[in-house]
Write a protein that binds this ligand. Structure first.
Ligand code: KG4
Ligand code: ZN
Length: 335
């Protein structure tokens, strides 16, 4: 079964074809980062318009890269939420029209389920593909959640952020220290030059039991340290390192607790912050200390992409699910 996946929930237009027999056939991504950079954040209306411009050419390119034509498609999956409503409607409209014209089923996919299943998308040459049950850490710009994946489609929320998401904390902290949008990856790159321990920030909510997170206080601590400092480039790198270490350590402590609480030995990590090198190394070490493993998608499939939507949609279509005739998107939607 060849499934086309379309992702347009925010500022990336992502398209992919996943074949349930042979795996990922092709994927393409168009990032709107440059478009939004001068505004310091995503402008929803500009995002929708750019998806309109880029989506169909990207579908054509992806099919050409896969050596396929539209008539080879057996289903179309698209992100139905959560996300920016206008942006979601572009993907949903194109996906539903295409499916209708081809007379194949369409399926709306939850964006976070896409992220959550991304670590299963490709074979890990060293460790094979992770199998449920496992614990998933979802760390993106909009979400920070720990989920017990009992089976595909059976998800139990273990904990989540009470305020900022981890990616949001990266982005806001970067902005406070004058780094250009999008700040998260820039802050992480800067932290590479910083000295560990030069600045130490707290590990929020780790001194009491529980699996929830809070990152907004950490951001304030960093702001105070930055304002108090000489604001030189080296100092900024030291502060970035202190901030990154605090986030990474907090996530590692909670992930360890989640593995212990569920009795799982496998942690999968997904969402944009999962591209963070230091987080990947720390979580791998934490899981290994417990005799388990941590599994990550390749960095390009940590951030938003069409491949994860094609894959999640293919699993649902294979299970016999598909949409009815109405076009619905959900800007807010619990998984
Ligand atoms: O999953 P994603 O692409 O979009 C959402 O659904 O939110 O995640 C984007 C988030 C942003 O907040 C970005 O700053 C963060 O992931 N991010 C990173 C890194 N790469 C992306 N944060 C820390 N280190 C990185 N290397
Ligand atoms: Zn995302």
């Amino acid at each position: 079964m060849n499934v086309l996946g379309i992702e347009t929930s925010c500022d990336e237009t992502g398209v992919a074809v996943y074949d349930t027999a042979t795996g990922l056939r092709a994927h393409a991504l168009y990032s709107q980062v440059a478009l939004h950079a001068e505004y310091g954040g995503v402008v929803p209306e500009l995002a929708s318009r750019d998806h309109v411009r880029k989506l169909l050419p990207l579908v054509r390119k992806t099919l050409a890269d896969a050596g396929m034509s539209v008539s080879d498609l057996d289903g179309v999956a698209y992100t139905a939420g959560p996300g920016l409503v206008g942006a979601l409607l572009v993907g949903a409209g194109v996906a539903r029209a295409l499916a209708w014209a081809l007379d194949v089923p369409a399926i709306g996919v939850h964006h976070m389920e896409g992220h959550l299943l991304a670590p299963l998308l490709e074979e890990d040459p060293a460790q094979g593909r992770p199998e449920p049950p496992f614990v998933a850490l979802l760390v993106s710009g909009g979400h920070t959640q720990l989920v017990h994946v009992e089976a595909i489609g059976r998800y139990r929320l273990l904990g989540e952020t009470l305020d900022d998401a981890a990616g949001e904390a990266f982005d806001k902290t970067a902005k406070m220290m004058g780094l250009p949008y999008p700040g998260g990856p820039q802050l992480a790159a800067l932290a590479e030059r910083g000295r560990p321990g030069a600045f130490r920030f707290s590990r929020p909510m780790t001194d009491r039991p529980g699996l929830d997170f809070s990152f907004s206080g950490l951001k304030t601590q960093v702001l105070l340290a930055w304002k108090d400092s000489d604001q030189e480039d080296d100092t900024r790198a030291d502060i970035a390192r202190g901030f990154e270490d605090a986030v990474v350590e907090t996530l590692a402590i909670k992930c360890g607790r989640a593995l212990d609480a569920t009795g799982c030995d496998t942690l999968v990590v997904a969402g944009g912050v999962g591209a963070n090198t230091r987080l990947r190394a720390r979580l791998q070490a934490m899981a290994a200390e417990r005799g388990g493993r941590a599994s990550f998608p390749r960095p390009a499939f940590c951030t938003d992409n069409g491949a994860m939507i094609a894959f999640a949609g293919a699993l649902r279509l294979q299970a016999g699910q598909h949409d009815d005739a109405s076009v619905k998107v959900a800007p807010r939607w619990d998984m």
